[in-house]
Write a protein of this length. Structure first.
Length: 183
């Protein structure tokens, strides 16, 4: 089902896509051009990010822009909701952990493990600039997949939740059903 967007919604979508593409391509100047004068960025699971223009720029420069993901990264949009002043994007990001990924796994050396995670990005928009990004993911799932957390006996899983986002016909876990994804 294709959604029809208004002209103002399309501008917000284009802004977010320009921002993300600049992050991936390592273009710090374009990344910051998409931001307001006083933005903030918060990665919810590990409380990393930045406050204010210089704080966000420093975080992007040192930990994210051009260092976003390994070369085999895939991003698959699950949903996109556009409001009057923010966008909520749900996606599945997959990659092999072959390089340091400070913003996601600070101080964790590459493990060579394959990771698939569901991510939600909430991006505020005002005057055709991003005011903030709040980024959510299940850190326990990431830690299970890279071998830093054993899921046995815990109510966590690995890549199964991301796989289910992409394929809702996959059965849900039930109580007392162990995770199928162990490090």
């Amino acid at each position: 089902m294709q959604t029809e967007y208004s002209e103002s919604e399309l501008k917000m979508i284009h802004l977010l896509e320009r921002h993300v593409n600049a992050e991936i391509q390592g273009d710090l100047d374009t990344t910051m051009e998409t931001m307001s004068e006083d933005p903030h960025l918060l990665n919810i699971p590990n409380m990393m990010g930045g406050n204010g223009y210089e704080g966000v720029r420093r975080f992007y420069k040192n930990h994210l822009v051009g260092k976003f993901f390994p070369p085999d990264v895939t991003m698959e949009r699950v949903s996109l909701t556009v409001g009057s002043n923010q966008i909520v994007e749900e996606l599945v990001i997959g990659f092999t952990h072959t390089v340091p990924i400070d913003w996601l796994l600070p101080d964790v050396a590459p493990t060579g493990k394959r990771v698939a995670i569901g991510v939600v990005v909430i991006a505020g928009v005002q005057d055709n600039k991003l005011t903030h990004e709040h980024i959510y993911w299940d850190q326990a799932s990431v830690l299970v997949q890279v071998g830093l957390l054993i899921s046995d006996g815990l109510p966590v899983c690995g890549s199964e939740s991301a796989q289910k986002l992409l394929n809702p016909s996959i059965p849900n876990r039930t109580l007392n059903q162990p995770s199928r994804n162990r490090p």
